[in-house]
Design a protein around this ligand. Structure first.
Ligand code: B16
Ligand code: MG
Length: 218
C-alpha cells in the first residue's frame, strides 16, 4: 500500500479565518491611529501573531512598550475569538471535507501545520479535530514559516520522510517552508502569488478523488 503524509495549513486552506484576523487587527489599528488596508492584510497571512503586530506598528510608525505590546496582542486575540466562537463546519472552504475524508478512507496519515495558536479550537468548531493524526501549530514551534520547522515536526509526528509528504498552503512563506523541507508543495489560491509551488489549485474542487489517488501513488 502506498502512503504519503498529507500536511494541511489551516487559515486559507481549510477555513477562511483571514477575514476575522483582518477585522480584529483593523480594530486594534484604528485605536492606535494606524490606517491599515486589505492589501497589507495579505502580508500577514501565515505570519505569527507577534510578527503581525510588529509589522502593523512599523507601517504606522508607532512604537509600544513591551507591556503595552503584550496587552494589545491579548486584546486582538480576544476580539478574534469572538468571531471564532460562532464558527461551524459551514465555514469550511470548498471540498475540504471531501478531500480529508477521502484521504482518511485511503488510510493516508493527515497532519495540520499552522502558525495559529488557535488551531485546535478552530478544528473543534469545524468538526475536524478527530481526523488529524498530528496537529502542529503556533504552540508547538519556535520558528515561523518560511522556516520548515512546522512541517518537519508534522512529518516526524506522522512518521513519514519529508520526501513522502505533500503540503497544502495558501501563503508564499508556507510554500517556501515546504520547498525547503523537500516536500511536495501545492499552493491553494492565487497562482501569481504562489509561483514557487510545485503545483497550484484555486480550490480543492480542482483536485477530484482520482487526482488524490495519483498523489498517493506519485
Ligand atoms: P493566531 P496559518 C496563521 O494561520 C494566519 O494565516 C495568520 O494570519 C495568523 O497571524 C497566524 O496564523 C497566527 O494566528 O493569532 O490565531 O495564533 O495560515 O498558518 O494556518
Ligand atoms: Mg495559511
Amino acid at each position: 500500500m502506498s502512503t504519503k503524509g498529507f500536511i494541511f495549513d489551516l487559515d486559507g486552506v481549510i477555513v477562511d479565518t483571514a477575514k476575522y484576523h483582518y477585522l480584529a487587527w483593523q480594530q486594534l489599528a484604528q485605536e492606535l491611529g494606524i490606517s491599515f488596508t486589505e492589501t497589507q492584510n495579505e502580508e500577514l497571512k501565515g505570519v505569527s501573531r507577534v510578527r503581525s503586530l510588529e509589522k502593523i506598528l512599523a507601517w504606522g510608525g508607532v512604537s509600544l512598550t513591551e507591556e503595552e505590546f503584550n496587552r494589545q496582542l491579548q486584546k486582538k486575540n480576544k476580539e478574534y475569538l469572538t468571531y471564532i466562537e460562532t464558527m461551524s463546519e459551514d465555514e469550511l472552504l470548498p471540498d475540504v471535507k471531501r478531500v480529508l475524508y477521502f484521504l482518511k478512507e485511503q488510510q493516508q496519515p493527515l497532519a495540520l501545520g499552522s502558525a495559529s495558536k488557535n488551531a485546535r479550537l478552530i478544528l473543534h468548531k469545524t468538526g475536524l479535530f478527530e481526523l488529524f493524526d498530528a496537529i502542529v501549530d503556533g504552540t508547538n514551534v519556535t520558528k515561523a514559516k518560511p522556516s520548515p520547522e512546522v512541517f518537519m515536526v508534522a512529518a516526524e509526528q506522522l512518521g513519514m520522510a519529508p520526501e513522502n509528504c505533500i503540503v497544502f498552503e495558501d501563503s508564499l512563506a508556507g510554500i517556501q517552508a515546504a520547498n525547503t523541507a523537500k516536500m511536495m508543495s501545492i499552493g491553494v489560491g492565487n497562482s501569481n502569488i504562489l509561483q514557487q509551488a510545485n503545483r497550484v489549485i484555486a480550490t480543492f474542487t480542482e483536485l477530484p478523488n482520482p487526482e488524490l489517488e495519483a498523489l498517493i501513488h506519485h
